[in-house]
Structures are given as C-alpha cells and as structure tokens.
Design a protein around this ligand. Structure first.
Ligand code: FAD
Ligand code: NAI
Length: 476
C-alpha cells in the first residue's frame, strides 16, 4: 500500500496549490481528484476554478466585451466596421482551449514537483496507527493509500433550487451557462450574485434579452451600497439588464416552448418565459462523498467542514481549505489557505489575514473591494472618514473610453488607517491590489497620498481618493 506524508483530496486551487507547496517543502505528496474534462472522458485537474468557474467565465467575459466594443464603442474612435458577426460556438471553443491549456498545466506542475496524481473519489476509511487511510474509488475500482497528513480541498457545487432540475440544456447551472453555442433570445437568471451578474453580462452583450430575478430586496448586499447603487444604475439604465429585486419564485416549468418562471414581486404575480434559464443561487460544500462520519470529522449545520483560523479540523493532522470551509468562496482565498497549511506542516508560522481578501466582479465596469464597507463600519460603531474620486476626469480612463466609476477609500477617523477600499470602474480588478497592499501594511490614507502614482494611469483615481480623505483632492 502506498504511503505518503501528505495526501490532498481535491485538485482545485486550494488542493493543487497545497500539494505543490507541500512537495516544495520536501513532503512525499499525493493529490486525489475526481474532476473530468467537458467531454467527461479525461481527468482534468484544476477544480471548479479552471474547468467551470473563474477561468472560463473570464474568457467569455472578454470575448463578449470585445464584440460589444466593436459594435458600440469603436465608432467614437473613428473606426467604422461593417457586417460584424458573432459566433457563440467559436467563443465557447476558444474558452475550451484556454481551459485545456491551464488544466494540462497543473498536470505538468504535478509531474515537475513529483506529486503523485491519483484519479478517483477519495474518502476516509479509518486509521492505521497515526496514519490516515484514504480509499480511492476510480469508477468502481477501489484502492487504499495512507498518509500522516490529509488536506481536504473538495470545493463546492451549485446550490440546487428545489423547484426545478438542472438539465444543462434549458435550465443551466454555471457549467451550462458557459457552454451555450447559440445566443438565447430571452435569458432568465435566478440570483443576482456574482455568477448571475457575470454570466448575465456575457449573454446580454452578445444580444440576449436578460432578466435577473433576485430574492433579496437589496442589490449586491455584501458590497458597499454606494458602489452597488452605482452598479445597479449602470447595469439596468445604461446596459439594459432587467433586474428584479425582492422576488419570490413560485413555479418553474421546463417545457418545449421554453422555461416559464412564475414569481411574485412587490405583491404582484408575474410569469416570464425564457429560452434558457440560469440558476445561480450560491454554492454548497462538497462533503457528502468523504465518509466524514466514519472518522468523526465534524461539519457544521450547512455541511462545511469545521476548521479554526489555521484550517485545522477536529481530527489530528486533518486539515481543510477552500470552498469546503467557512469564508468567502474565492479561488485566491483557497490558494492562500492551501499554501499556509502546507507551510504549517513544515513547522512554519504563516499568517493569512481574512480582512484583506479582495473581491472582484468582472462586469463592465468591474467592481472590486477590500476591507469594510460603510455599512459595516456604521454597524460596528467605527468612526471613519471617506475620500472618493471618479474616473470621469481621469485622463487614462478617458483615453480608454471607459471613464465611468468611482474609487472610495474609508479610513479610521482617529488614526487615518485604511479600513476599506471600494471601486467600480475600468480594470479595478487590478487596482484593488493597491488597496490590499495598503491594508496589509497598515497604511494610512496619507501614506497612499504621499506615494507617487504614474501619470496618466487609472491608479491616479486611488491617489485622488486618498487625497480626498483629507479634503485636498487636486482634481476634484
Ligand atoms: P474546487 O475548485 O471546487 O475544487 C475541488 C476539486 O475537488 C474538484 O476538482 C472536485 O472534482 C474534487 N473533488 C470533490 N470531492 C472529491 C472527492 N471526494 N475525491 C476527489 N476529488 C474530489 N473565484 C475567484 O476568486 N475569482 C473568480 O473570478 C471566480 N469566478 C467563478 C466563476 C464561476 C462560474 C464559479 C462557479 C466560481 C468562481 N469562483 C471564482 C470561485 C472559485 O471557482 C472557487 O472559490 C474555487 O474553485 C475553490 O477552490 P477549491 O480548491 O476549494 O475547490
Ligand atoms: P452568490 O452567493 O454570489 O449569489 C447568489 C444570489 O442568489 C444571492 O444574491 C441570493 O440572494 C440569490 N438567491 C438565493 N436564493 C434565491 C432564490 N430562491 N431566488 C432568487 N434569488 C436567490 O452565488 P453565485 O452567484 O451562485 O456564485 C457562487 C459563488 O461563486 C460566489 O459567492 C463567489 O464566491 C463565487 N464566484 C466568484 C466570482 C468572482 O470572484 N468574480 C465569480 C463567480 C462566482
């Protein structure tokens, strides 16, 4: 029977990164993963993120944005194009190529780092002394391996809506939403969360009439509400997405004429029929197949594996990282937890600050933030100052033809320490790194104000916002 120092279950961003770091630190490491490619016939490493999440969605976002720009934005640059055509199947094929390249890249990294890559479903079997026994089920063929340390990184799956079954033909989850080869005339989306907004944007840009149905009365409740309101206005008034808030879905029928959704909103009953319906109402942790009960691995009431800040479970030498544990379901959070656990096994003392994990929503304009929102600061009774700057007068943004949006910095009223940075605008997915760095280094808003920012650059909006905290913006 094969024995390892470390066995990782799951090769998504949490698992594959944990395996690579553990191998770098000299541990004999194996990684078990059950993921397969789109055709379902070949093992594919990289988990949700690489196969059906972050990477493919960003590929489609870029393709659809390019198409939209050609149609709507090129003319102001003096560029006239005729007979522009869009081929959804080609866009999806390009996305598939990127996915194949990156998932193959993980296989290469496993080889390079001498990680044993094992295909199949991993589950706890029992203990042999201080070693954990893990059963691997490869399509019914079972084998057993042993390891001193186990890192569970089994990720998450779409949360089902009891009213309807996902067939990934007409009623789609995130996977189906990434694989439409024709533009649906009418697209319904249930849930105005991150997936709903990103996938809704993709298909809206290429011509779908998109309606988003959201249960909460508040749009993007987790985001700073000033930014959320600005986003709502742009998405609905300018881009033409229909977003209904405070919706109660009553019935969904998936029939030959499309998918009809009956719902109530503001006391009125409505029914809409869509060609396709995306259901994106959050995700649930993958713990069912782990046989956690056999070894007494504790889960919380929602099925997440219970861990402390160090990602330790209740069992000795059993750790868990990524979507399968508490905290935001983000690839970079999963990766950093994976690195930290591997380093802890080697006796190092890594620190992960959960207050400085950035969020990005890759709509156009993009939305990004780090730290506390104004709503959170108010609820916690923390006195704060704020400074903000728009992209409207930013020379680089105007040149790009993307001069929409705002950067807002929130700083402690007493110490000036940066507590939150919130943005909507061009490439704020990149700009948010300055906010993360500032908060990690406990910067004050004055520290940012005294840093020389390149000109002309989008980052000047951060500089201006920091100056505005002290009411001395130079261009505001
Ligand atoms: P996963 O990536 O889910 O990987 C878990 C792996 O474990 C899978 O390969 C699975 O097959 C395998 N597995 C499960 N059970 C077993 C078992 N018993 N045995 C063996 N293998 C098993 N995050 C971002 O930060 N940025 C984004 O832009 C972004 N975009 C997203 C877009 C979409 C459409 C979706 C759905 C998600 C997106 N996310 C994004 C979230 C991100 O994908 C997840 O946070 C991330 O993948 C979590 O990593 P993980 O390693 O915890 O789990
Ligand atoms: P989400 O949690 O972001 O949003 C789900 C939305 O559905 C919420 O607004 C919720 O109120 C709503 N909802 C729940 N039940 C409903 C119902 N019955 N009817 C109508 N609305 C309902 O979840 P989503 O969009 O599925 O994405 C899952 C996770 O994947 C995200 O939370 C995020 O962690 C990750 N992700 C990250 C991305 C990024 O970082 N750019 C991109 C896409 C996903």
């Amino acid at each position: 029977m094969s024995q390892f120092d470390v066995v990782v279950i799951g090769a998504g961003p949490g698992g594959y990164i944990a395996a690579i770091r553990a191998a770098q630190l000299g541990f004999k490491t194996a990684c078990i993963d059950a993921g397969v490619n789109k055709a379902g016939d070949t093992p594919a490493l990289g988990g949700t993120c690489l196969n059906v999440g972050c990477i493919p969605s960003k590929a489609l976002l870029q393709s659809s944005e390019n198409y939209h720009e050609v149609l709507h934005d090129f003319a102001e640059h003096g560029i006239t194009v005729g007979d522009v055509k869009f081929d959804a199947a080609k866009m999806v094929a390009r996305k598939d190529e990127i996915v194949t390249k990156l998932t193959g890249g993980i296989a290469y990294l496993f080889k390079k780092n001498k990680i044993e890559s094992i295909f199949g479903k991993g589950s706890f079997k029992g203990q042999n002394g201080e070693l954990w026994q893990i059963e691997v089920d490869n399509k019914g063929e079972k084998s057993l391996i042993e390891a001193k340390h186990v890192i569970v990184a089994t990720g998450s799956s779409p949360r089902p809506l009891p009213l309807v079954e996902i067939d990934n033909k007409n009623v789609l989850d995130n996977e189906g939403a990434l694989n439409l080869t024709e533009v649906p005339k009418k697209l319904g989306v249930i849930g105005s969360g991150v997936i709903g907004l990103e996938m809704g944007s993709v298909w809206k840009r290429v011509g779908s009439d998109v309606t988003v149905l959201e249960a909460m009365p508040t749009f993007m409740a987790a985001a700073d509400q000033q930014i959320a309101k600005e986003a709502f206005k742009i998405f609905t008034k300018e881009q033409g997405l229909t977003i209904e808030l405070g919706v109660a879905i009553k019935e969904i029928k998936n029939g030959v004429k499309g998918v009809s959704v009956s719902y109530e909103v503001a006391g009125k009953a409505k029914t809409e029929t869509f060609d396709k319906l995306i259901v994106a109402i959050g995700r649930v942790p993958n713990t069912d197949g782990l046989n956690a009960e056999a070894v007494g691995l504790v889960k919380d009431e929602r099925g997440f594996i219970t861990v402390n800040d160090l990602c330790q479970t209740n069992l000795p030498n059993v750790w868990a990282v990524g979507d399968v544990v508490r905290g935001p379901m983000l690839a970079h959070k999963a990766m950093d937890e994976g690195v930290a656990v591997a380093e802890r096994l080697a006796g190092q003392k890594p620190h992960l600050d959960f207050n400085t994990i950035p969020w990005v929503i890759y709509t156009d304009p993009e939305i990004a933030w780090v730290g506390k929102t104004e709503e959170q600061l108010k609820a916690e009774g923390i006195e704060y100052k704020k400074g903000q700057s728009g992209f409207a007068a930013n020379g680089r943004a105007l040149g790009l033809g993307k001069a929409q949006g705002t950067v807002k910095i929130l700083a402690c009223a007493k110490t000036d320490r940066v507590l939150g940075v919130h943005m909507i605008g061009p490439m704020v997915s990149e700009l948010v790194a300055e906010g993360v760095m500032s908060m990690e280094f406990s910067a004050s808003s004055e520290d940012i104000a005294r840093i020389v920012h390149a000109h002309p650059a989008l980052s000047e909006a951060i500089h201006e916002a920091s100056l505005a905290v002290d009411k001395r913006a130079l261009h505001g």
